[in-house]
Write a protein that binds this ligand. Sequence first.
Ligand SMILES: NC(=O)c1ccc[n+]([C@@H]2O[C@H](COP(=O)([O-])OP(=O)(O)OC[C@H]3O[C@@H](n4cnc5c(N)ncnc54)[C@H](OP(=O)(O)O)[C@@H]3O)[C@@H](O)[C@H]2O)c1
Length: 326
Amino acid sequence: MIATFNAWSIGRYGAPEVLGPVTRPLPTPGRNEIVIRIRASAVTRADGMMRAGQPRFARLFLGLRRPRRNLSGTGLSGEVIATGADVTRFAVGDAVFGEAGMNFGANASHICLDESGVLMKKPAALSHEDAAVMCDGPLTSYHFLHRLAQLRPGQTVLILGGSGSLGTAAVQIAAAAGAHVTATSSTGNTRLVSALGAARTIDYTREDFTMQPDRYDVIFDTLGVSSFAAARARLTDRGRYICPVLTLPLLGAMLKTRLTGGRRALFTAAGLQPPEILRAHLERLLAMAQAGTLSVVLDRVYPLADLIEAHRHMETGHKRGNVVVV
Ligand SMILES: NC(=O)c1ccc[n+]([C@@H]2O[C@H](COP(=O)([O-])OP(=O)(O)OC[C@H]3O[C@@H](n4cnc5c(N)ncnc54)[C@H](OP(=O)(O)O)[C@@H]3O)[C@@H](O)[C@H]2O)c1
C-alpha cells in the first residue's frame, strides 16, 4: 500500500491561484471507511465558491478566516484499494463514484471516506469522467425537479441556463419525465440544448422570456440569472420558481410564498439531503443513463496537475456542461 497521496489545498480564500499542491500521509481506513484511488474528479461552481469563500455567510460553515477542511474538490470516481474491517457495501477492486461532501479533498490521487456517504458502485458503461460529475448537475437537477418542484408528465418547464452543468442535466431530466421543455441559452448553444431534449429554445442574447406570453408550471433558474419577482407573471397559478443560488431576495420570496400559497419560490442545498435520499436519486440517474435518456455533457478534461487552470475555466461562467480533472 502506498504511504502518501497528492491533493490540492486551499491555504486561504481567494482566486484560483490560492490552490496549492500538497502531499499528505494516506490514512489507514477506519472500521467503516474505504480508501479510493481517484481516477477523475469534478471542478464545479460550488467548488469555486468554497475556494473563494463566497458568499461570505458561507464562511460561518466553512471557516471564518480560512477553510477548516482545506482540501479542494467534492465529486469523484475511482477504485477501492482498501476497506475497513466493518465495510459491507464495497470491496477492494470495486469501481465507485460519489462525493466527498463536507470532507472535501476529491481533487486528489486518493481519498478515505465513510462507506455510508453518497457513494455508489460505478457501472462499467459509465466512464470515470462522467461518473465524477454525477453528483453536481445531474443529482442537483434531479433533486430540484423531482423533489422540490414535484414535476409531473405533461407539465411545462422553463430551464434558465440550459447549457451549464445543472442546465444540461435539467433539460434531459425534465424531458425524460414527460414535461414540455423550453430552455434558454446563447446563440451558440441552442443546438446543444435542443439535442438534449428542449422542444423550444430561447436565445437569451436576443429574447427575454419575461416579455413573452408563455406561462410555465416550473421555472428552474439554474444560474440565478432571473428572480421570483421577474419570473412570477410567467408562472401558472400554482407554478414553482426553483433556484439553486441562494440570495436574500430569494429567501424573502420563499418565506412570503410559503405563507401566501399559489405561486411558490423554492431553494434547497441538494448536497445537504440525507445520503439515502441522494443515493436513491443516483440509482434513478444511473437507470436513465443506461436507458439512454441521460448523457453527461463534458466540456473540458484537465490533468489533476492543472487544477488551477480548470478553476479559471470553470469561473468564466461559460462552460458547456462539466469540467473534470483526471
Ligand atoms: N443549491 C444547490 O444544491 C446547488 C448545487 C450545485 C450547484 N449549485 C449552483 O448552481 C449554479 C449553476 O451551476 P452550473 O455548474 O450549472 O453553472 P455553469 O455550468 O457554470 O453555467 C455555465 C453556463 O451558463 C450559461 N449562461 C451564462 N449566462 C447565462 C444567461 N444569462 N442565461 C442563460 N444561460 C447563461 C453559459 O452559456 P453561454 O456561454 O452560452 O452564455 C454556460 O453554458 C451555481 O451557482 C452553483 O453554485 C447549487
